[in-house]
Design a protein around this ligand. Structure first.
Ligand code: AVJ
Length: 320
């Protein structure tokens, strides 16, 4: 029952190619997905425990406090699809809250992450059919049919992961959701809300330095996997809030002029030059509604915490 349908992982990541392309570009960039190797995923878990990092805690409290209202809005016998499978405890809260969900379909590119999440949930929810799908959630997939008929599809995308994408990419992802959910479907999406920039910046610059460790781990990963020779001591984590774009922009900044070798190629840095490694977009309610609208979706419910730090948005297809 926890067998994964696809016999092999769908897309082979080209870390070397992506890294060399990004480091040769002006300005330098690296795709943020490469932050999440085993060590990076551990460090991200540790970030979520830091006192300054409010999003995880806040989203969990909304899921708990508003469970009854969400259950009512979603209704019985949903087929719950999750994009990515990194959020065990949030999924648990949602499945606990919903009335008689028929199946859980995590969509995740990594076999091991997929199997681990389903193994855990299967023991906790023996009455919910587990239908893991090994795929890239950015590509439209055909959802598996559940044994018991589903009333509707509910796509769950917590964590403000949407904020890692720029606006156009986020709209593309929302459009994929619209297609996948069908005319009677819905999506429940976590977004981090705009607020005092000092509070946002603190969340990405925790005093214990866990976020800096998380960012700079990408250098260690390139040293390990791409035969690179980055010296971590000569680079600094920098996360700043760009108020005009409404996002945290995280860079790895070179402390001096230096040349590093990556996969046999020299990469030159000037003093103070940065590599852009992550965006974390923050939204107002109307920013999000406008993106949803472009994707053929409308916000039908929104749940937030008392301080309006974070929101869970329920979106449904726009009436024709
Ligand atoms: C997992 C992408 C939502 O952007 O807040 C946290 C990742 N990076 N601290 C975020 C992250 C640095 C996180 N997301």
């Amino acid at each position: 029952m926890t067998a994964v349908p696809a016999p092999q992982e769908p897309a082979v990541e080209d870390f070397a190619g992506d890294a060399l392309a990004g480091l040769s570009a002006q300005p330098k960039t690296l795709p943020s997905k490469y932050l999440y190797d085993t060590r990076g995923s551990e460090l991200f878990e540790a970030i979520c425990e830091q006192p300054e990092y409010y999003p995880t805690r806040t989203e969990l409290s909304i899921l708990q406090d508003e469970a009854a209202s969400m259950a009512e809005a979603v209704g019985p016998r949903a087929l719950v699809v999750e994009y990515g499978s990194g959020s065990g405890i949030k999924t648990q809260r949602l499945l606990d809250a919903l009335p008689d969900p028929v199946a859980y379909v995590p969509i995740e590119i990594s076999h091991s992450a997929l199997n681990a999440s389903v193994a855990e949930l299967a023991t906790q929810f023996p009455e919910i059919e587990m239908l893991p799908l090994c795929a890239d959630f950015l590509q439209p997939v055909r959802l598996p049919a559940s044994e018991r008929p589903a009333e509707r599809v509910l796509i769950f995308f917590p964590g403000s992961t949407l904020g890692n994408f720029d606006t156009d990419a986020a709209v593309r992802l929302l459009t994929t959701m619209r297609t996948e959910m069908g005319d009677n479907g819905a999506a429940l999406i976590g977004i981090d809300l705009k607020k005092d920039p000092a509070m946002i910046e603190a969340a990405y610059n925790d005093a214990a330095g866990v976020t800096a460790d998380f960012t700079l781990n990408l250098l260690d990963r390139m040293n390990r996997e791409l035969d690179a020779d980055f010296d971590r001591e000569r680079f600094t984590h920098r996360a700043r809030y760009n108020a005009i774009a409404g996002r945290i922009e995280t860079h790895i900044v070179s402390d001096c002029a230096q040349t590093v070798r990556v996969a046999g190629r020299p990469i030159a840095f000037t003093e103070g030059e940065g590599i852009l490694v992550e965006y974390s977009c923050k939204y107002s309610q109307s920013d999000f509604a406008a993106m949803a609208h472009r994707a053929g979706l409308v916000v039908t419910r929104s749940w937030t915490d008392a301080d309006r730090r974070f929101a869970l948005q329920l979106v449904e297809p726009l009436p024709e």
